[in-house]
Design a binder for this molecule. Sequence first.
Ligand code: ATP
Length: 513
Amino acid sequence: MAQEDVFKKIVSHCKEYGFVFPSSDIYDGLAAVYDYGQNGVELKNNIKQYWWQSMVLLHDNIVGLDSAIFMHPTVWKASGHVDAFNDPLIDNRDSKKRYRADVLIEDQIAKYDEKINKEVAKAAKRFGDAFDEAQFRATNARVLEHQAKRDALHERYSRAMNAMDLAELKQIILDEEIVCPISGTRNWTDVRQFNLMFKTEVGSTADGASTIYLRPETAQGIFVNYLNVQKTGRMKLPFGIAQIGKAFRNEIVARQFIFRMREFEQMEMQFFVKPGTEMDWFRYWKETRMKWHQALGFGAENYRFHDHEKLAHYANAACDIEFRMPFGFKEVEGIHSRTDFDLRQHEKFSGRSIKYFDPETNESYTPYDIETSIGVDRMFLSVLCHAYTEEQLEGGETRVVLRLPAALAPVKLAVMPLTKKDGLPEQARAIYDDLKFHFNCQYDEKDSIGKRYRRQDAVGTPYCITVDHDTATDGCVTLRDRDTMQQERVPVESLRQRLEEAVSLTSLLKKLA
Ligand code: ATP
């Protein structure tokens, strides 16, 4: 199946099974805004828990914070967002559609990569075991031609972005003959800058009202609380502050479902270090964060680092962790070495001294900062994309199963009576009432057992148990595994211990040790 079709199926699966709904659905939705349904909110909370506990529980020098969405407007002046949080936009006059000029060019670069990969795949098939990929890439004429064009474009694009040369960005789009995917034409406007922050007003609308912004990142809430937390928590460098919260960006192009939203959630951790040690910590956090992703068992080949060439105004090193989505490798998390930029800016704009007194060296200095910043929604999407599987079963039947890591699954266990009579529902309820204190269980007695299994597969429930006519006498139930579909008889009293081990977040966190 084409990857595009797979993605469409995932989007409709999300709606059909209560994971993600378009916002204000009965009014036909609101672009790039989504609501999480009964299963989505559980999965999302589990992702957040996995992140939070890996940060705050497993590191004795990282503490949490929950700062407000509204902040003093000067914060965004100091951070540079008022002046520089812009995307270059371009319109197609025929379709009236708006695009990010940088994204159009990056897609074009990806097209060259695709062409090269296709040549390599074709040759690999032709030569079989004897294929030497490195040699092929270094010598094949067609590959070299695509590579040269790609590199030239990349170089020109990087230069234009670094200089924010809007005329040059437009010229690249024209020279590369990039067309609007809707109208198919090259009738482009000039490229313009567009600030992504949402504005609103606090106070009455009369004279006293002032303009404030919906925060475009949670990070600034951490920086302005640096002193509060450091002093009240008596934190010593290096230490980190972690926060999960909503962020808002007026994205020009809202595409790919919950990949790019206008209201989304971030999990950010700022790690303050002694100046001069930041590159060691940057490497540490790159590795630590990659380990966190890979502990989910989705396969190392589905992740890669992407080092930034164009650095943001505040960074001296930056790297993304990308995940293979059905629409290509995409950024899920950013790790940035932000230097002392933010604390210094707030010091300058607030007039307050934001320094760390180092008891070991008896000096005061502004700490450097390493940021790890991951979007909850993008993480959610990557988990779903990897989990969604269509399987051909024996007998020609198919099933859709979400192979979610058990610790993230919305429901851990479905408890089912085989039939709705002979006291089976009462026995099943009793088991449910006992286990519900330990993990998220669901009681289900409607429809045939086969249908009930399919329903649970579709939401990723790792285990189902069935109470049958023997349960009352042998004290056992049938335990069914989502992935293998194997069934075994298990004593009711062993269920809790057996499942807790398999579905708990603790087991997942232990993989990080
Ligand atoms: P992009 O280049 O995709 O716009 P970014 O580099 O601007 O992303 P950051 O500012 O580094 O993103 O934000 C950190 C993380 O927040 C991203 O890695 C992503 O997971 C998430 N994120 C950013 N913008 C959005 C959005 N509009 N919708 C959903 N998640 C987002």
